[in-house]
Design a protein around this ligand. Structure first.
Ligand SMILES: N[C@@H](CCC(=O)N[C@@H](CS)C(=O)NCC(=O)O)C(=O)O
Length: 305
């Protein structure tokens, strides 16, 4: 059987992708890098995902993984060594904090900082995506100082948690480090006085260099069209899995749609596997053939299609 490469669809400036690139580095993996547009349209990505538009997306053959929660769980399942999940499962809660309230504070600061040089179409896309349909730049400008103060409080927690430890996850880098690092990376890059702001957190800055030194594994470029050819030639490898205790009563074979809670195009397909952590659906597409698209359960809405 062909060994399918890990393919990451992403763009270099994407902080959420940096979370996955760092995980690929921590696991020492080789992977293919497909660069996608920063704003829609993204037709060659959507052909694979069925409409999911966020970044990054991971592809392994004809299995397509949406959202970093799902991507990182799958990387850990397929490549368990070194494990990044050494701690208690509750460390997933760290990701809910960093992707939730901390992300919101950081993205507010970042968008305001970037706004003088931001192309209008980028702001028109990202504003409503992160702040809802009533987004206005003036509103987030008003929140800038409060959000920066929030970041200072929360980065202070990280700094104090590191103390004399090398990594948030203990002796070796792990999930907690990936969950937190990408936002430090994001802020350092987007904040005009990033170096000065971060210098308040000496342990965090030393840790940041340690994570950076781990790198991203070995990446090789791949075109989006070649990624599509790989999907078309492959068959999904995900077995059917039912969940008799599913609180929403979904069953394998149901026609359903899946979409992020935050909104976004619904992806339609036939339910293939379900668990408390994830859902996958099968779909057919003329360009990519039969693919299995995977999502986390948390943060996504399932409906009968
Ligand atoms: N919950 C998602 C969030 C992904 C996300 O918001 N990614 C940003 C990029 S850093 C995005 O999709 N921006 C819009 C885009 O790339 O079109 C995940 O963890 O993967």
């Amino acid at each position: 059987m062909t060994v399918q490469p890990i393919i990451l669809h992403h763009y270099p400036q994407s902080p959420v992708s940096e979370k996955v690139r760092v995980v690929l580095g921590m696991k020492g993996l080789s992977w293919k890098s497909v660069l996608i547009p920063r704003i829609p349209p993204k037709p060659n990505l959507m052909a694979l995902t069925g409409g999911y538009r966020l970044t990054p997306v991971m592809q392994i053959g004809a299995d397509i993984y949406c959202d970093t929660l799902c991507i990182i769980n799958e990387l850990e399942r397929r490549f368990p060594k070194p494990s990044l999940f050494g701690g208690a499962p509750l460390q997933q809660g760290i990701g809910q904090w960093t992707d939730g309230p901390l992300f919101k504070d950081v993205v507010t600061v970042a968008l305001v900082e970037m706004s003088p040089n931001m192309p209008p179409e980028f702001l028109a896309d990202r504003g409503p995506l992160y702040f809802g349909p009533d987004f206005s730049l003036d509103d987030i400008k008003e929140n800038y100082a409060r959000c920066l103060a929030n970041v200072r409080t929360q980065f202070g927690w990280i700094d104090a948690s590191l103390g004399s430890k090398d990594f948030l996850s203990g002796d070796a880098a792990g999930l907690n480090d990936a969950y937190v690092y990408y936002l430090v990376w994001f802020l350092r890059d987007r904040l005009a006085d990033g170096d000065e702001f971060l210098s308040q957190f000496p342990e965090l800055v030393a840790w940041e260099s340690r994570i950076k030194a781990i790198g991203h594994g070995q990446a090789e470029d791949l075109s989006d069209l070649d990624a599509i050819k790989i999907a078309k030639k492959a068959e999904p490898q995900t077995p059917e899995r039912a969940d008799a205790d599913d609180p929403q009563g979904f069953n394998v074979g149901d026609e359903i749609t899946v979409e992020p809670n935050s909104g976004g195009p619904q992806v339609a397909g036939t339910l293939n596997s379900l668990s408390p952590d994830g859902v996958s659906i099968l779909r057919e597409d003329a360009q990519v053939g039969r693919v299995c698209v995977h999502f986390p359960r948390l943060g996504y809405r399932l409906r009968n299609g």
